[in-house]
Design a protein around this ligand. Structure first.
Ligand code: 13P
Ligand code: SF4
Length: 350
């Protein structure tokens, strides 16, 4: 990666300190797993519903999504899939911004989630009012926000992006001579800025999961596995990204595991993705990149505590009772839809 200009941080912002919650993973007997899966299959049919899951959710949920005609994917494809599918109810297994995006794009559909507590540290670090004040202070800048934000933040933005297309979109805006304001992930923002050379002012949020990856320990691990390719999600710190052979969204990292000739991979993203990676490339050896959690207590090392709130029990409950339905203020939804639709239209041109 060639460094084209220095990164500009919005230093003076007061953003909330985010603490990852302590979450117990759901543990079920084989019998209960089988019973719940059967019930969910039936409820999906009865409610004309489709299950859309992120790669970081539990393997059973991912498998169920695929075998019932839903999808498991990155956040860009989750948005696309829900928008194009004819089901009247979308059940989104992921975190709140994913359910909100589905509802914004499909206001006429019912969107349910297994848990209403499934947040995201990036979304939490970017309160709508503080963000609006920030944007108002820089009226000459086009506003680009990561999809990991609330509906109200998306409504204030000119563009929404996911990690899958962030670099391409910012390169496109830079070519038009635009100066940008970027929120909320500082690591992704820094990476995009360095890759594109765009003039970006960056909000200082971060992902509690990806921030735990450690560059020094990764250097040691590379020495131990010299033939391994290093795959890194761009929400990771810059020093970790610099050690990567491939930087990309969850879907792009999965593709790399399938397509690269290496037989070993070191992976710096949520370890939920290993489920799909093992299915897609059973002959490859996969290792978790080292985190701050080695020898310590960590609530978010390589696994998102909010994604872990999705389980088969609360998924079945959501379908049975209509729990955790996503509601979006109509006016906010309309404005947010505009900036999300621009992302989908841009993605369709790539
Ligand atoms: P992807 O768009 O790559 O799936 O990332 C979403 C996310 O929340 C990563 O932490
Ligand atoms: Fe948010 Fe990080 Fe969890 Fe992704 S992994 S949902 S960015 S907290």
């Amino acid at each position: 990666m060639s460094i084209t200009m220095s990164t500009r941080w919005a230093h003076d912002l007061q953003i909330p300190g985010i603490v990852a919650p302590m979450v117990e993973e759901e543990v079920l007997s084989t019998e209960e797993t089988g019973r719940l899966k059967q019930e969910i299959r039936q409820l999906l049919r009865e409610h004309n519903a489709v299950l859309i899951a992120h790669y970081y959710t539990a393997g059973d949920i991912q498998d169920l999504a695929e075998e019932t005609g839903g999808c498991v994917s990155d956040s860009l494809e989750m948005a696309r899939f829900g928008h194009q599918h004819s089901a009247q109810t979308l059940v989104v297994a992921g975190v709140r911004f994913m359910g909100e995006t589905a509802k914004i794009l499909n206001p006429e559909k019912r969107v349910l989630m297994p848990s209403s507590d499934a947040e995201c540290s990036l979304d939490l670090a970017c309160p709508a009012q503080a963000f609006t004040d920030f944007c108002d202070a820089y009226p000459d800048r086009e506003v680009v926000v990561y999809s990991n934000t609330s509906a109200a933040v998306k409504a204030r933005a000119d563009w929404v992006v996911t990690s899958g297309i962030a670099v391409r979109l910012v390169q496109h805006l830079r070519a038009q001579g635009k100066k940008l304001l970027w929120a909320p992930d500082r690591h992704l923002g820094h990476y995009v800025q360095q890759t594109s050379g765009a003039d970006m002012l960056i909000w200082p949020g971060s992902c509690v999961v990806h921030e735990t990856f450690r560059a020094q320990a990764l250097v040691q691990m590379k020495l131990a596995y010299p033939g391994a390719a290093v795959l890194v999600h761009p929400e990771s710190p810059a020093a970790v990204i610099e050690l990567a052979d491939v930087v990309g969204s969850t879907t792009q990292l999965l593709r790399a595991v399938q397509q690269l000739p290496n037989s070993q991979f070191i992976i710096a993203t949520d370890n939920g993705i290993f489920h799909k990676m093992r299915q897609m490339a059973p002959d490859k050896q996969l290792f978790e990149a080292p985190t701050a959690g080695v020898g310590a207590t960590c609530r978010s090392c390589a696994h998102c505590p909010w994604m872990a709130m999705n389980g088969l029990r609360n998924l079945a409950q959501a379908l049975r009772e209509g729990d955790h339905e996503i509601k979006i203020d109509a006016e906010i939804g309309l404005r947010a839809r505009h900036s999300i639709q621009r992302m989908l239209d841009f993605a369709a041109t790539l």
